[in-house]
Design a protein around this ligand. Structure first.
Ligand SMILES: C[S@@+](CC[C@H](N)C(=O)[O-])C[C@H]1O[C@@H](n2cnc3c(N)ncnc32)[C@H](O)[C@@H]1O
Ligand code: SF4
Length: 425
């Protein structure tokens, strides 16, 4: 791997490009557990709504999102508790001036929810949480093989207007190695069904750097993705989390090894080039969209917006307060039954930490306006921030003009490293 930093004072000697993103700052191990402030009333104005459905038909070996194997009764259990969680928020928080800017039903596997449950959730968001009529983005994350044409027709009537499909790869062998629960045929059928039902805003997830994946296989996945004419593509470099299922299988050699870092970078460049050529432009380090189809919810998770998450393990942000719902299902249930917000961990950011987070995570959207973030946080953009920027400019990883910091092409490859530098980790 390149050693780009030997002549600088940056306290790291090898740049990592393993995509092991900083998902949160400050890190979760310093967040407070069971804080007395969990139930503090909060005011909601402009915000985004996220639902986390923590069940899947099969557990993919690469995934560390909060998810459990679905069992009989799981969805009923979840739907009932969700209804109570919504009641608790309506009782404790203020939604009089609330305005939901996007809704994302994700997980886990949100498409395991019945159409009636999806309809009910959207209705409740309209009745009490500030979801207005009009063209507000409402996404259903859909695992291939979980929704049919008539399902899509029904949920469209309920107000869902965007479908995100986890295609991952157009190669059955690779899907099998990832322990996916669907075939390529099922992916294609699901995409076709969504289109036939009239969905115009279609998002596909694909991944590169998979075990045994060759450049030719990746090229095939990218070309087939383009032929399907999505409005949005997320092309993720596979992250292998230490000691998780995939990592253990790779170490045991029960899966073929992954491409080298250089090959993975060539894969990134290929998808970038091809999607741009097809009219899908990068608006984040991994997201591409036709103009006007950038996902508002995805952007909100990086751009310092407020968002309210419900369901086990869902994250929320309200100003400088961050929290995560309990990931332990019995604890999530217990808190709701007691009439409390089912929060597991919470953190009140200092102005400096807020600025660090908003710059680092904001760079996932390729560009941040430092002045705006300074104003929002109340912190100052002091000596260390400027020093970091100067060094990153000298390494060719960012450009810095007036108050705008932008990742360069090389910077996108090393985004993880840059984020870590800004978050001081
Ligand atoms: C949480 S999943 C939910 C989607 C849905 N359950 C499915 O799998 O079709 C959202 C997306 O995150 C991506 N993802 C999950 N784990 C990842 C990892 N370790 N590395 C890269 N991308 C990952 C996958 O592309 C996946 O489609
Ligand atoms: S189906 Fe989606 S959420 Fe579930 S384990 Fe697989 S990638 Fe993760």
């Amino acid at each position: 791997m390149e050693n780009l930093v030997s002549n600088t004072s940056i306290a790291i000697d090898i740049l990592r490009d393993d995509g092991a993103f900083v998902f949160h700052h400050p890190p979760k191990f310093i967040w407070e557990r069971d804080s007395d402030s969990n139930n503090e009333p909060r005011n909601w104005y402009k915000y985004h709504f996220y639902l986390h459905v923590p069940f899947c038909r099969k557990i993919c070996n690469f995934c560390t999102f909060e998810r459990k194997q679905i069992r009989k009764g799981s969805i009923e259990w979840f739907s009932k508790l969700l209804d109570s969680e919504m009641n608790i928020y309506l009782q404790r928080d203020h939604f009089q001036e609330a305005n939901i800017e996007s809704v994302y039903l994700g997980g886990g596997t949100a498409s395991l929810l019945g159409n009636d449950v999806i309809d009910h959730i959207i209705l409740r968001l309209r009745q009490g949480f500030g979801l207005k009529k009009g063209n507000i983005e409402i996404t259903l994350e859909t695992e291939p093989g979980t929704k049919s044409l008539s399902d899509f027709e029904q949920i469209r009537k309920s107000g869902v207007n965007r479908i995100s499909i986890g295609a991952q790869a157009f190669d059955d062998q690779q899907l099998k190695w990832l322990n996916r629960s669907h075939s390529v045929r099922q992916t294609l059928n699901t995409i076709l069904a969504a289109k036939r039902a009239g969905f115009k805003n279609l998002h596909l997830d694909i991944m590169f750097g998979l075990p045994g994946q060759t450049m030719d296989q990746w090229k095939d996945t990218v070309q087939r993705t383009i032929e399907l004419e999505p409005t949005h593509v997320s092309a993720y470099p596979l992250i292998v989390f230490p000691d998780e299922l995939l990592d253990r299988s790779l170490k045991r050699n029960s899966l073929p090894s992954r491409p080298t870092s250089e090959k993975i970078n060539a894969m990134r460049e290929y998808v970038n080039e091809q999607l741009h050529g097809a009219g899908l432009f990068a608006y984040s380090t991994a997201e591409f969209a036709r103009p006007g189809f950038e996902c508002k919810y995805v952007k909100s998770t990086w751009d310092s917006s407020d968002y309210l998450g419900m369901g086990p393990g869902a994250y929320s942000r309200n100003g400088h307060i961050l929290w995560e719902n309990s990931v332990v299902h019995p604890n999530y249930e217990k808190k709701i039954i007691a009439g409390d917000k089912p929060i597991g961990k919470r953190h009140a950011m200092s102005p400096e930490d807020q600025l660090r987070r908003d710059i680092a995570m904001g760079l996932c959207l390729l560009e941040v306006d430092v002045n705006a973030l300074v104003q929002k946080s109340g912190a100052t953009f002091g000596g260390q921030f400027s020093k970091n920027c100067e060094e990153l400019v000298s390494l060719g990883l960012i450009s810095w003009k007036d108050s705008k910091i932008c990742l360069t092409k090389k910077g996108i490859r090393y985004a993880t490293y840059i984020m870590k530098l800004f978050t001081n980790r």
